[in-house]
Design a binder for this molecule. Structure first.
Ligand SMILES: *Cc1c(COP(=O)(O)O)cnc(C)c1O
Length: 407
């Protein structure tokens, strides 16, 4: 029997074949990949994983592909950095940064989900890759499609950062800039997906795409010496990543690689687009869609597809959610750069700002093993910090002048 058993509806449980399907035809619930864990448990061990490739594909046994990976061979297995300086600043003894700023090839967490989604899309016979994106996803789909020789259409909102737009155009996909927010882009893409036989990685391929996020949990546990952390802090856009980190941690327990999981999964959003975190703080298990207004554009989803499940995950795990202002995002970016030498994009500023709040509130304690997920690279969102980092000190090429200034 295959390790991937079916897609099943997260609401009513109805099963579907493992094809390019994403919503339940009975109750419109989202579909999720269902595995045969008994079989997987027999096939993997810590040693077999450790002997695998230095990429997310070392966890192939728990990923939704049938054959060998064909797209995104080098994605994942990014550094887990022990952040002693930032930890000392915040008063934490064991803080780690999971650094997806250096993911391959497009410097964000999205290289994980795209590697899995497009490998699966090719298994299903697709020749065209597409996505609705807040920025990083489009970059990753465009790069992977170029390498895989696939046709490519990426759809982005009209207000993206220069580097994120350029980071599509360079690969020569069709870049469609939609006049509106991400939520408008996403709605349009759902309509197009119904018309064309394209692999929209986060629409009709979404059940497979989402599984790629689990690898951030798998790697963290392995890199901590096969131990699940006490706390994780996760940035949220659609909320998918947060739910899959929880799924990934629990899968490792299910297949016998670690003990029961007691990790608290904390969610982070920007105040200017915080439908999930606001609902959580108000004790609601449903969110109200919002119109985004924040510099954290990669997280600017006003109507998050997995918002409801993210709320459930935080509650179930005993985690919290918090928000930060745009000023706090910039402070968070600078703090991480100046303590750990890691230049993250705005989403990482959200994570660091929220981490800081959770420590101040006493939710994350000094001795807790804590992992902050840094999901994107600061060189892609230079607009956010360009006016607040000062200017170089300009001098003529003269030793005398230099000594005058620095003597
Ligand atoms: C896409 C993205 C996330 C998380 O997105 P979800 O939709 O919640 O899975 C986090 N950080 C960055 C930088 C992203 O691009």
């Amino acid at each position: 029997m295959a390790k991937m058993q079916a897609l099943n509806c997260r609401e009513c449980g109805k099963e579907y074949p493992t094809e390019a399907l994403h919503v339940c035809e009975l109750c419109f619930g989202p579909l999720e990949v269902k595995y045969n864990y008994t079989e997987i448990k027999q096939a993997i061990s810590r040693a077999s994983i450790e002997a695998g490739p230095r990429s997310l594909w070392r966890y192939s046994a728990l990923l939704p592909i049938e054959g060998t990976p064909t797209v995104g061979i080098h994605a994942g297995f990014t550094p887990l950095v022990r952040a002693n300086n930032l930890g000392a600043f915040l008063g934490l003894d064991e803080l780690y940064i999971k650094n997806d700023c250096v993911n391959h090839p497009t410097l964000s967490f999205k290289d994980r989900v795209v590697a899995v989604a497009l490998t699966r899309a090719r298994e299903l016979g697709y020749e065209t890759a597409a996505c609705a994106s807040t920025g990083n996803l489009a970059n990753s789909v465009a790069a992977h499609a170029a390498q895989a020789g696939m046709q490519c259409y990426v759809f982005i909102p009209g207000d993206l950062e220069t580097a994120k737009v350029l980071g599509n155009l360079i690969y020569r996909p069709k870049v469609i800039e939609v006049e509106g927010t991400y939520d408008d882009v996403n709605r349009l893409c759902s309509e197009i997906a119904a018309e064309r036989r394209w692999a929209f990685v986060n629409v009709n391929i979404r059940p497979y795409y989402a599984e790629g996020s689990k690898t951030l949990a798998f790697e963290t546990v392995e890199q901590l010496g096969w131990q699940a952390p006490d706390h994780v802090v996760v940035p949220m856009a659609s909320g998918s990543l947060l739910t899959k980190i929880w799924k990934g941690l629990n899968e490792l327990h299910t297949v016998g690689l670690i003990g029961p999981v007691s990790t608290k999964v904390n969610g982070a959003q920007a105040e200017g687009c915080s439908p999930i975190a606001t609902a959580f703080k108000q004790g609601r298990d449903f969110f109200k869609p919002v119109k985004p207004n924040t510099i954290a554009k990669s997280l600017a989803i006003g109507n998050p597809a997995d918002g409801y499940y993210a709320l459930k995950t935080a509650m179930e795990s005993g985690g919290q959610m918090e928000t930060v202002t745009d000023e706090e995002i910039v402070e968070g970016i600078k703090l991480l750069a100046q303590t750990e030498g890691i230049f993250t994009e705005t989403a990482g500023g959200v994570t660091i700002g929220v981490l800081q709040k959770l420590v101040k509130q006493g939710i994350i304690k000094k001795e807790d093993v804590t992992v902050a997920y840094i999901t994107g690279n600061g060189l892609k969102t230079q607009e956010a910090v360009v006016d607040s980092v000062g200017r170089p000190i300009r001098i003529p090429p003269s030793l005398v002048k230099f000594e005058q200034m620095f003597g």
